[in-house]
Design a protein around this ligand. Sequence first.
Ligand SMILES: Nc1ncnc2c1ncn2[C@@H]1O[C@H](COP(=O)(O)OP(=O)(O)O)[C@@H](O)[C@H]1O
Ligand SMILES: [Mg+2]
Length: 211
Amino acid sequence: MQTKEQVIEFSKTQTGFKPQMPTAQPEIIVKGLVKKFGDVQAVNGLNLEIYKGEMSGFLGPNGAGKTTTLSMLCGLLAPTSGSAQIAGFDIRQKPQKVKKLIGVCPQEAAVFKFLTGLENLELFGNLHNMDKQTLKERAAALVEQADFAEAAKRKTKGYSGGMMRQLNLMIALMSDPEIVFLDEPTVGMNARARRRTWQQIAALKDQGKTC
Ligand SMILES: Nc1ncnc2c1ncn2[C@@H]1O[C@H](COP(=O)(O)OP(=O)(O)O)[C@@H](O)[C@H]1O
Ligand SMILES: [Mg+2]
């Protein structure tokens, strides 16, 4: 069987986050997480702990297992073995609880092509059961932050790759989630959009989000 060294590197922000309560439990705990696809070992015994408000990143070459790891943490893929807890909820036993707490920007665009950008935001807001007023305000704020007003009126079918990424990021943030998982959030974006996106992500940390 093909085996692979663990090649994901895990990095955290350099600002030296200190949890408010020294005894606080990490918000994300991963123990011995493994995923095999037949003979391919995509994730090979990953362990990590992330505290609330920390901003963390996976670094690794193509095929290192970053997307597979995120898919398991989001409840989209079942681990082969090992475990993970998010805000105290086991990802296998309480997937619905986990899904309520997280926002996800997947690597592959997950938007409805025949809806406009704004309609996509509204749809995902409704899936999160947001009340109408909050939903409207939240969508408007995200559109403004991303300088996306013109694009938001257009069907996403004609979007560029970078615009798709931008919309996916906005969808991930629609429900104002505690924990945000972003898979290659700036791929395909131009320099300005990329800088703005990193600023948006830095702002999430200031709001105490975990990402
Ligand atoms: N659904 C799948 N079926 C078979 N192999 C897969 C599948 N998803 C990912 N893999 C394999 O698992 C490994 C890790 O992939 P992935 O997590 O997408 O890497 P990364 O996101 O770090 O580029 C790769 O070898 C990839 O080919
Ligand atoms: Mg990937």
